[in-house]
Design a protein around this ligand. Structure first.
Ligand code: GDP
Ligand code: MG
Length: 296
């Protein structure tokens, strides 16, 4: 008769391996210019993801983003190291002609897949391939209260086939509570009507438990966020916020906006899944296409 085999030690083995190697996690921000993308990059780094500054000196105004630019920080917690990279992109929509404005972004995403593929087929393969693939793309929607822009629909439709799209409502401090709820519902409906598959995609729910968890998240999306890299004193605590004539909007206060919800979704509950969907679905689609082209 068999005694204890020790299959359950795999969890400890995986933990040890992750502790040793660490891991990469890459987020990209995309959307119309002026919606607070660069600000949110700083907010993510400055909030509890990492209390480090993201590179701008205090009180310095964030310059207009003109190139695709990555910022990385290694963050360590409980002995586990995560290299978090956020890819900031120039806003689009300023030009008279916005045809093909998704091309530079699409190109960047594919270049990372290509880099990974080259490393994979390399004979002297690295033990651990550095992962620069974009694991999720935060798509910023303008808080108009009206419909999605045609450009947004077009953009998300195209990108959703090559990357995990997470739509967010930008600058949500500009909306009343009712307007926000109404707009969120409207955006969900329009995404569905236009057949835009955002993350977590229904077709990749593993089982009933997964489906029920993800249904709750899908019903709460798109997260209505507020960004800031300025700190204020509120009730004796330093908080990230936006100071207005009528008070301080606290970025990490769940009663004020959904930034904390978004961050917890990205890091605490779905980080591993975002990486897996990127590898198993999006990267695999790219790889299959490339190998086909080469007639292998
Ligand atoms: P980007 O072009 O999308 O990168 O936008 P920026 O981050 O450069 O921000 C454009 C302007 O919007 C700046 O003046 C920011 O201070 C402001 N801003 C950024 N986030 C928010 C927000 O959540 N709410 C409001 N009301 N303004 C914001
Ligand atoms: Mg910018």
């Amino acid at each position: 008769l068999l005694g204890y085999i020790g299959i359950d030690t795999i969890i400890e083995q995986m933990r040890k391996k992750t502790m040793k190697t660490g891991f990469d996690f890459n987020i990209m921000v995309v959307g119309h210019s002026g919606l607070g993308k660069s600000t949110l990059v700083n907010t993510l780094f400055k909030s509890q993801v990492s209390r480090k500054s993201a590179g701008w000196a205090r009180d310095e105004k964030i310059p207009k983003t003109v190139d695709i630019k990555s910022v990385s920080h290694v963050i360590e917690e409980g002995g586990v190291k995560m290299k978090l990279t956020i890819v900031d992109t120039p806003g689009f929509g300023d030009q008279i002609n916005n045809d093909n404005c998704w091309e530079p972004i699409s190109k960047h995403i594919n270049e990372q897949y290509e880099k990974f593929l080259k490393e994979e087929v390399n004979i002297t393969r690295k033990k651990r391939i550095p992962d620069t693939r974009v694991h999720c793309c935060l798509y910023f929607i303008s808080p108009t209260g009206h419909s999605l822009r045609q450009l947004d629909v077009e953009f998300m439709k195209r990108l959703s086939h090559s990357v995990n799209i997470i739509p967010v409502i930008a600058k949500s401090d500009t909306m009343t509570v009712e307007e926000k709820q109404e707009f969120k519902q409207r955006v969900r409906k329009e995404l569905e009507m236009n057949g835009i598959e955002f993350y977590p995609q229904k077709e990749f729910d593993d089982d009933m438990e997964d489906k029920s968890d993800n249904d709750k998240i899908r019903e709460a999306m798109p997260f209505a966020v507020v960004g800031s890299d300025k700190e204020y004193q509120v009730n004796g605590k330093r908080v990230l916020g936006r100071k207005t004539a009528w008070g301080i909007v606290e970025v990490e206060n769940p009663n004020h906006c959904e930034f904390a919800q978004l961050r917890d979704f990205l890091i605490r509950s779905h980080l591993q899944d975002l990486k897996e969907v990127t590898h198993n679905i999006h990267y695999e689609t790219y790889r299959a296409r490339r190998l086909n082209e080469n007639g292998v």
